[in-house]
Design a protein around this ligand. Structure first.
Ligand code: 4AD
Ligand code: MG
Length: 479
């Protein structure tokens, strides 16, 4: 009787009745010429295959090495061994791709994350990275589901753009000009009319400006795409290429925006708790081991799963930037000069150390900060009546710092034009962004969720390079 192949995760849940099954995957270990631990990436768990070595071809036996791709057909039986309910008694073994045991770098032991980053082409084969990327998938799916179920439309905004949405100038140039022989105009400047798009272009830092145009017609949209930032920050929370989710909602103010973001984060995290139990349990255990290596004052006060549940069950603390500055000014690390950047007063930009103090030490829960000084935020945020602050909102998470950044948008044409002039943003480049304020402008709001920071929070991975398959950071674009 021919049976269709099944995944390891399906087989582990199947009642063993000596039925014939076929499974294909990669050998993790082969003990005593008898027990294969086989993993196909469907689960953090592997299935045990029992090889009848006396009746198996010597040539086949020699090729059952860690990393080899194999197919197994045999009987699914109850296992008497520890740690598994079922196992397969192999009748037929097919070697699809052998693996040179001398050169295969993955050993059945704990490898450092640094070492695995260096072999990122193979790190998917480890339990840790398998778990991280399955959780990453679930989170991505949950995001689409969350927005779809609430009547949002997914909008694909361009990756190549001519504008700098955040006005921070941290962009990668896109050009087909010959860098060795640049065409010059009559003033001796580079002549971009000769370039592919006949203008200067770059990789987008955000899809927001285009999403605003969509929202002012479709009412509720969201983007989920790659974004690029040429900021030279080599930290555990920055990538040069990362994925961002940017919802944009017409007729929504900053409070609606906060409600949406809080509801979204709780929904996604709950989705992971409900759908990634095995992987989260594995990652939680991994983190516990990692934490043991740290000095006690640096250890996280909560195990991973507890932290996730805590986040879902508690209302995020909401306060203004001004209130946060008061708390920080009075805080011990600020008074004793322990912060690397001591806060001198109102108007200071908050660094990650300040954000983490508020979240981890002061409130001990996620925080939504709003109404930041005009001077430290982007040009498109709505100016408050005090003229000094804008309707910005950042969500700060334990261990991460800023996970969401957003605002109510400036819908008033004249105010927006003044802000752009103050910040030296040329009107002609963004005429379309201004134009939408001519024709049926309305209050609207949105935010950006850094996808990798979310994956970091949910998986407990401390370095952002370990939650994206192939990280792009300063000096690194391998693989
Ligand atoms: O705060 P940011 O810069 O906001 C925007 O880009 C807005 N246009 C969003 C909007 O209102 N539609 O970035 C949003 C989020 C941050 O909170 C952070 O989580 C993440 O994107 N982020 C990064 N993640 C990884 N690496 C980087 N270099 C990041 N820069 C920002
Ligand atoms: Mg921000």
């Amino acid at each position: 009787m021919k049976t269709s192949p099944r995944s390891v995760i399906q087989l582990l849940k199947t009642v063993p009745e000596q039925q014939e099954v076929t499974v294909k995957g990669w050998v993790r270990t082969f003990r005593n010429n008898q027990f294969i631990s086989l993993n196909d990436g469907s689960s953090v768990k592997s299935i045990q295959v029992v090889v009848d070595y006396e009746n198996t071809d010597e040539v086949i036996l020699k090729q059952i090495n860690p990393g080899a791709a194999v197919g197994i057909t045999g009987e699914l039986v109850a296992s008497t061994g520890r740690g598994q309910d079922v196992e397969i008694k192999a009748r037929e073994i097919t070697i699809y791709g052998p693996s040179d045991p001398e050169r295969y770098p993955l050993q059945p032991k704990r490898h450092s994350l640094e070492f695995l980053r260096d072999i990122a082409h193979l790190r998917f084969r480890t339990n840790t990275f398998g778990a991280v990327f399955r959780v990453r998938h679930a989170l991505s799916f949950a995001i689409h589901k969350f927005f779809n179920d609430r009547g949002f439309f997914n909008l694909h905004t361009p990756i190549i753009t001519g504008s700098d949405a955040e006005g921070a100038g941290e962009m990668f140039r896109v050009t087909t000009l010959d860098l060795e022989n640049l065409p010059l105009d009559e003033n001796g400047q580079i002549d971009y009319r000769e370039d592919f798009f006949q203008k200067e272009t770059n990789l987008t830092v955000s899809g927001q400006l285009e999403a605003e145009l969509g929202a002012l017609a479709l009412s509720k949209v969201y983007t989920f795409g790659p974004t690029f930032r040429a900021e030279n920050s080599n930290t555990s929370r920055h990538l040069a290429e990362f994925w961002m989710i940017e919802p944009e909602v017409a007729f929504a103010d900053i409070h609606d925006n906060m409600d949406l973001a809080e509801e979204m984060l709780k929904y996604i995290i709950q989705y992971a708790i409900d759908h990634c139990a095995d992987d989260l349990e594995f990652l939680s255990h991994r983190l516990e081991q990692e934490e043991k290596q740290k000095p006690s004052h640096e250890r996280s006060p909560m195990p991973l799963l507890e932290k996730l549940r805590f986040c879902v069950e508690n209302k995020f603390e909401r306060l203004s930037y001004t209130e946060a500055i008061d708390i920080l000014m009075q805080s011990k690390p600020n008074r004793k000069g322990k912060f690397q950047f001591v806060i001198e007063g109102w108007g200071a930009d908050l660094q990650s150390e300040h954000e983490r103090y508020l979240v981890e030490k002061h409130f001990k829960k996620p925080v939504i900060l709003s109404d930041y000084p005009t001077g430290i935020k982007a040009f498109y945020m709505r100016v408050n009546d005090d003229g000094k602050t804008v309707r910005a909102m950042d969500i700060l998470f334990p261990g991460i710092g800023e996970i969401v950044g957003g605002s109510q948008r400036e819908e008033r044409l004249e105010v927006l034009k003044n802000r752009m002039a103050e910040m030296n943003i040329p009107e002609d480049e963004l005429y379309w962004f201004l134009d939408i304020r001519h024709f049926g402008t309305c209050p609207h709001s949105g935010y950006g969720l850094g996808f990798e920071r979310l994956v970091q929070f949910v998986t407990g991975m401390s370095n952002i390079r370990d939650v994206i398959p192939f990280p792009r950071t300063p000096g690194n674009a391998r693989f």
